[in-house]
Design a binder for this molecule. Sequence first.
Ligand code: FAD
Length: 462
Amino acid sequence: MTDLSTTLLVIGGGPGGYVCASRAARMGVDTILVEEGKLGGTCLNVGCIPSKALIHVAQEFHQAQRQARDGYHGIRVSEPELDFAASQAWMSGIVSRLVSGVTGLLERSGVKTIIGRARFIDGKTVEIESETGRILVHAQKIVIATGSRSAELPGIPFAGAVIDSTAALALQTPPERLAVVGAGYIGLELGTAFAKLGSKVTVIEAADRILPQYDDKLTRVIRRRLASFDIDLHLGTRVTGWNGVAARLLLETPEGPAEIGADTVLVAVGRVPNTDGLALNELNLQTDRGFIEVDEHCQTRMRGVYAIGDVTPGPMLAHRAMAQGELVADLVAGHDKAWDRTSVPAVCFTDPEIVSVGLTRHEAEEAGSCAISEFSFRASGRAMTLDDAEGFVRIIARESDHVILGMQAVGPGVSELSGEFSLAIEAGLRVEDVASTIHAHPTLSEAVQEAALATASMANHG
Ligand code: FAD
C-alpha cells in the first residue's frame, strides 16, 4: 500500500471537483484529485455536453426534413438521411476534446490526479483502490464531490430496454418507439431530440404538469411545441410495470389501467446522490435522503470535510457545483468567504428554451408586492427573423424600489439571456438600470430592455 500526504484531497473529478482542485492548486495548495471514472464527471461525459450536442444534431436534422418537405425558408433539399453513427462520433469528439482540456488544466495547475475509487477510513484518511494498487491518502481537508446518478423506478430496474439518460445518449440508432418516463428537463430535452430524429415519443408524467419548477405560462409554450412534434403526453399517469417480452409499458392513468408499446423506455425521474460506497458511516455527517448537508462554507458537520455539487441539497446543476468548488478552494487557500449567491440560474434546453433566474412569480408574490412586466417575442424583430416568435421575457421587481427579484424567459435560444439575468439580479440592479442600458438591435435581448421599460416608463414597442 502506498502512503501519500496532502493538504487537500478532492473526491470526484466532475465540474465541482475539478474546478475546486485546479483553483486550489493554482493558489499554492498541495492538492490530490481522485476520480473513479472519467475526468469531467457527469456533465462533460454523459450530461450537459453530449445532451446539448444531441439536441443540436436533432434540430439540424429536423430543419433539413422541413426543407425537404416544404421548401422551408425557400431552401429545397432532397430527403435528408441520418447517419447517426457519424453524429455520435461528432458528439464523442466534443466530449473527448473537453475531457482532454480538463486533464491539461489539472496538470498545468499542479494537481496530482489519481484514477481510482475512494472510500473514507476516517475524517482525515481516504483509501483509494486504483489500478496500480491501494493508496492511502492522509489529507488535512477533504472535499466530497462525487455527484449523482439516475434514479430507478421502483420495481423497474435499468436493464435491457429500460435505460437511463447515460444509455440514451449512447444509443446507436434512435428507437422507433421511445417512452420517456418523467417530464422534467432531462426527459423533455432528450425526448424532444429523439422525436426530431424520427422516434415516436410518448412522455409519461405522474404529476399533472410538465417541468414543475416553472409556472404554467412558461411551460404552455413547451407543451404546444411537444404536440407539434407529435409527442404524446400522458399527465397524472404512473408507470406500474414493464413487460419486456411484449415490449409494453403498463400505466395507471386517471381513466384507469392502460398500456403502450415501446422499444425503449427512458427513465428520467430524478437523480440520487453518489454517497454509497464512500463508507460515510465512518464520518459524523448529517444527510437528508442521501444528500450531504453543508453550511454556507460547504462544510459538513465534520471539520475539514466539505461537500459540493450534486451530492449536496440544492439544484443539481453544473454551474452550482463549479461555484461551490471555487468557494471551497478559496477557503482552503485561506480566504475568508461564504456562499452568498442570490441565485442559481436554471435553463431548460427544450424547444423552445426556458430560463429562470431568481424568484419565480409565485415566490415573489408570496414575498410581497411586486411589479411584473412581460414582453412578447411576437413584437421582436429578431425573433421574427429566426422564424420563432413564440414566448416572452418577464421581469419581476420589488414594487417599492424596482429592485429586480426574478427574471424568466421562454423562447428561441433564451439560454443565452441567462448571463444578463444573473448579472442584473446578482448586482442588485433596478429595472430602470436595465431599461436605460442600450441593447443591440436586432437581438432577442431587446425584449429584456422592453420588459424593463414597461415597468420603468413605457415599452418602445409594447
Ligand atoms: P458529477 O459531474 O456527477 O461528477 C462526480 C464524479 O465523481 C464522477 O465523475 C464520478 O465518477 C466520481 N466519483 C463518484 N464516486 C467516487 C468515488 N467513490 N471515488 C472516486 N470518484 C468518484 N447541468 C447543467 O448545469 N446544465 C445542463 O444542461 C445539464 N444537462 C444535463 C443533462 C443530463 C442528461 C444529465 C444527466 C445531467 C445534466 N446536468 C446539467 C447536471 C450536471 O451534469 C450535474 O449537475 C453536474 O455534473 C454535477 O457536478 P458534480 O461535480 O457535482 O458531479
